[in-house]
Design a protein around this ligand. Structure first.
Ligand SMILES: *Cc1c(COP(=O)(O)O)cnc(C)c1O
Length: 461
């Protein structure tokens, strides 16, 4: 299995190389040269399997010969062993025809654990085999950072540095990054927004001297291995509701477009997904783009669903690449225009996107009202991101096709917002109930590339 860049001018890599590289050297994102299709029979056979076995069957065709079957099965088993629910991704019913896919039973209580725990094990196996070391630098709006730190803490082959926007992540998110004692993990509180953190991260990847000197590796949602890990739960949940014999739709609370793009891959693999609905908060660039064709960046307005406070949605580039018939030059041109504020999607590409994706946005008031209303009707406490999904899903549901809304974080990760919305303060699960008592280790840093690079060079082991 070969991987190509969305901008068409980077080396073609195998799975392992694409995973270790993250961002392609032409600035693009890696995608499989061809997307494997799963037969009707193979999909039907997923019904009732343990999550790990389904994960192996869904992901195996993408791995090529980077890992043997035994190695890969072992990696998957270790990745999901720390989850707090036997089903890994349990499905709950909210209303007739409307289901909630709970993706928050991993060690940091957000769906990011599905990908990050797997990537942690994949990196460990690969680096050990090759006798290599890497320096992982990530930018986070809160959940990626904690999931990455949790996945790589204590690794002998990896140093981890996470840039997060100072004062703009929840206390639980921050503590999940700052209370670990392992010397190979570092949380850096940067002045600015998430988009600033993401911009500095891209600068580091484009500084080839720095990139090669420290062995820079990326685990942000642009990393193909992360997208791949997320494809699995689209299959397990759809099959639980009757696929491949009947269609299902998904609504996905979206920021960087990684999670929903995994749904797109599942659909391309043959899973009968009717609609993929993009749900955004008030930072609604994706909803506006899918409505009007104009992708224009605006200022980020902080919201109660901070993991979706994003204006530059990095994985959308992969969807554009597909919508433009895999024309890397066209995508590179759009990304050039984005540097000066935005671009217009061509009529043909917009039509291609709309064949698969619908979209909606949810205001802060509606987010709070949905948390309260869902609690009253179903006794389920939603996190604000999941509430954005539920609100948009209700508006977009078509009769006859079950709708699955992805619940992307545990409500206890955002206790202030949840309490303000419905009066109930969600407690942390037992296994992490001492989080508020643990000591924190925080490094403040300016939004300055040189300063950040110097600190990373000096602190890695
Ligand atoms: C990261 C995150 C999202 C957005 O996911 P993308 O893959 O960036 O679209 C939504 N909700 C939560 C809780 C998250 O952590």
């Amino acid at each position: 299995m070969k991987y190509i860049s969305t901008r068409g001018a980077a080396p073609v890599l195998d799975f392992e190389q694409a995973m270790l590289t993250g961002l392609a050297r032409d600035g693009g994102l890696y995608l499989p040269e061809a997307i494997p299709v799963m037969s009707h029979g193979d999909m039907a056979a997923l019904e009732g399997l343990p999550y790990e076995e389904a994960a192996f069957r869904v992901m195996r065709p993408f791995i090529g010969d980077s890992f043997s079957d035994d190695e890969f099965q072992d990696i998957i088993a270790r990745a999901y062993a720390g989850f707090g629910h036997a089903a890994r991704a349990p499905l709950k019913q909210l209303a007739p025809g409307h289901f909630l896919l709970e993706l928050f039973h991993g060690p940091t209580l957000a769906f990011k654990d599905f990908a990050m725990q797997l990537i942690g094990q994949l990196f460990e196996a690969s680096l050990k085999r090759n006798g290599q070391r890497v320096c992982i630098v990530g930018a986070t709006s809160g959940d990626t950072g904690s999931a990455a730190i949790e996945a790589f803490r204590g690794s002998k082959a990896v140093d981890v540095f996470i840039l997060y926007p100072h004062g703009r992540v929840s206390e639980v998110q921050r503590r999940q990054m700052t209370t670990l004692t392992e010397p190979n993990v570092h949380a850096l509180a940067m002045d600015g927004h998430f988009d600033d953190c993401q911009a500095r991260l891209k600068d580091m990847f484009n500084d080839f001297a720095f990139r090669d000197a420290v062995g820079l590796a990326g685990v942000n949602s642009i990393n193909w291995a992360r997208v791949l890990a997320q494809v699995v739960y689209y299959f397990t949940s759809a099959v639980a509701l009757g696929a491949p014999h009947r269609k299902v739709s998904f609504t996905v609370p979206t920021g960087n477009f990684g999670d929903i793009f995994a749904g797109y891959i599942a659909r391309r693999m043959g899973l009968p997904i009717d609609r993929l609905v993009v749900a955004t908060n008030q930072n609604d660039i994706l909803h506006r783009c899918l409505t009007s064709g104009a992708y224009k960046t605006d200022n980020v307005i902080p919201s109660i669903s901070p993991s979706m406070d994003i204006q530059v949605s990095s994985n959308f580039e992969r969807a554009l690449f597909e919508a433009y018939g895999r024309d890397g030059k066209a995508v590179a041109q759009l990304m050039e225009e984005l540097k000066s504020g935005g671009f217009n999607v061509s009529q043909g590409a917009l039509q291609a996107l709309r064949e698969v994706f619908d979209s909606g946005s949810c205001s802060e008031d509606d987010t709070r009202a949905t948390i309260a209303d869902t609690l009253a009707r179903t006794n389920e406490l939603l996190c604000p991101h999941s509430a954005v999904g539920v609100k948009v899903a209700k508006e977009q549901r078509a009769p006859g096709t079950p709708m699955i809304t992805l619940a992307t974080a545990h409500p206890a990760k955002f206790p202030d917002a949840v309490e303000a919305a419905c009066g109930i303060r969600p407690p942390l699960p037992e296994r992490m109930s001492d989080l508020y008592e643990r000591a924190e280790r925080i490094t403040r840093i300016n939004n300055d590339l040189g300063v950040i690079e110097t600190l990373i060079k000096a602190s890695r082991r």
